[in-house]
Write a protein that binds this ligand. Sequence first.
Ligand SMILES: *Cc1c(COP(=O)(O)O)cnc(C)c1O
Length: 309
Amino acid sequence: MPDSTKIAAEIASQLSVHSPSPVQPLVTHWQGAEQVRLYIKRDDLIHPVISGNKWRKLKYALVEARQKGVTEIISFGGGYSNHLHALGYCCNKLGIQFMALVRGNYRATPTPMLKDLADWQAQIVYLDKATYQLRSQTDFIAKWQAAHPHALIIPEGGSQTQALAGVAELLNEQTQHFSHIVLPVGSGGTLAGLIAAASTNAADTRLIGIAVLKGQDYLEQQVSALLPQHSFDNWLIDHDFHFGGYAKRNQGLLAFCSTFYQQTQVPIEPVYSGKAAWALKQRLADGYFPPGSQILLLHTGGLQGARTQ
Ligand SMILES: *Cc1c(COP(=O)(O)O)cnc(C)c1O
């Protein structure tokens, strides 16, 4: 079987993925920032459609698809899912049929992401919320697999064990020496990949996930389930900054996102990167980070999700 690194490079070039992404100093006027060094990893620059962390999580699934000659991929997500959007785009470019199993019925009012998926020749199937609940159950997956025997089925958010290797590569891109990495957490795959990768690095990097939805305990379980047997103690999830739930926001958060852009020239959005940056600012003000900390904010992308059209 051809070498997966070579295939990954071929796919990246076909999709015009820009990697490695830059690490830039993050210059802010935040209280407490003078005590530490702040940087931002610009995974938002990897690709305009393929949200930074989605590329990392999907990379080896796409390699597997190429190695096995897969002609159809099936995956799950909500109507605003960056994962479905990114994967639908990849499949269209790579000549793979894509089936999106979507939570809820948007037939009458498709979201901008679902309209794009339709333009990219994806097949969209709407599942009622009760059915969608079954998305990770073995019987349910087996049923879809039986109906589509040659399809590759990828779980919600692309968060599967295979995704960890793609995420782990992030730590080899000038980011080994950070004492803390702060990142948003949705389904937990990105955090899990970084936990596993950082556990073997010399800097003892701590991973601080910022929950973007109400998911105390649930998110910790999701992350642990993706990790290999032994437990790691280099991480935590901060649940104080979800603003009431997934995609929930207030005027304060929206104003923060635009001020952040004015001050840093880095665009952020209120669903993921805005909540993570807000949390970082707040925890700096709280004196949470020891003086001298080298802190990396991971910009996971997702800017296409901020569109209203
Ligand atoms: C999907 C997504 C996340 C969440 O990543 P998980 O691995 O699911 O935790 C974070 N940021 C952006 C921009 C995303 O699109």
